[in-house]
Design a protein around this ligand. Structure first.
Ligand code: NI
Length: 180
């Protein structure tokens, strides 16, 4: 178990299209250890999502914190080789941060509802619909697997803010303070 080093903006691994994971390898000790490290690294940095390229591993795997519905406890989910598909045309604009771009936030428009198809951490097929904040986190993390950063998705770079300025000028109506 280790806390991994997080790749920072400018490192080429963040701009690479990551390789699919061989499903046969999911149950292997090496991959299972990597998943544990990814989860621990996300927790150590208090992130709500982390993709493998963010720890210098160019594979299509991510972890994220699923907040769940009101009666469910938050849980960390693992998605291997995820594919996402927008459901409907509805978009929602909200603030994002990224552990690979520390102390900066910006407004990003994302699909409100997506269908997720992936393998889980045991290699089983999973398919579900994610909405709102969960859908946003998944879209942000899947972008990492394609070498895309939230900066690329911003409609208007004028909202780009350092964390301290965000807290002072923008955070009034927001209660989220998360990085992905
Ligand atoms: Ni990120």
């Amino acid at each position: 178990m280790s806390i991994l080093k997080v790749s920072q903006l400018g490192h080429p691994v963040l701009r690479r299209v990551a390789e699919p994971v061989d499903p046969e390898q999911i149950q292997a000790d090496a991959f299972q250890r990597f998943i544990v490290d990814l989860r621990e690294t996300m927790a150590a940095y208090q992130g709500v999502g982390l993709a493998a390229p963010q720890v210098h591993v160019s594979n299509r795997v991510l972890v994220y914190l699923a907040m769940g519905e009101e009666d469910r406890d938050p849980e960390v989910l693992v998605l291997v080789n995820p594919v996402i598909e927008p459901m409907g045309d509805e978009m929602e604009s909200s603030w994002e941060g990224c552990l690979s771009i520390p102390d900066i936030r910006g407004l990003v428009s994302r699909h409100s509802q997506i269908k997720v198809t992936a393998l889980d951490d045991t290699g089983q097929d999973v398919s579900y619909v994610a909405r709102d904040f969960e859908a946003r986190v998944i879209q942000h993390e899947v972008d990492h697997l394609d070498g895309i950063l939230y900066l690329d998705r911003m409609d208007d770079l004028a909202t780009l803010s350092f964390q301290a300025e965000y807290d002072t000028f923008w955070a009034r109506d927001e209660d989220e303070d998360d990085s992905e």
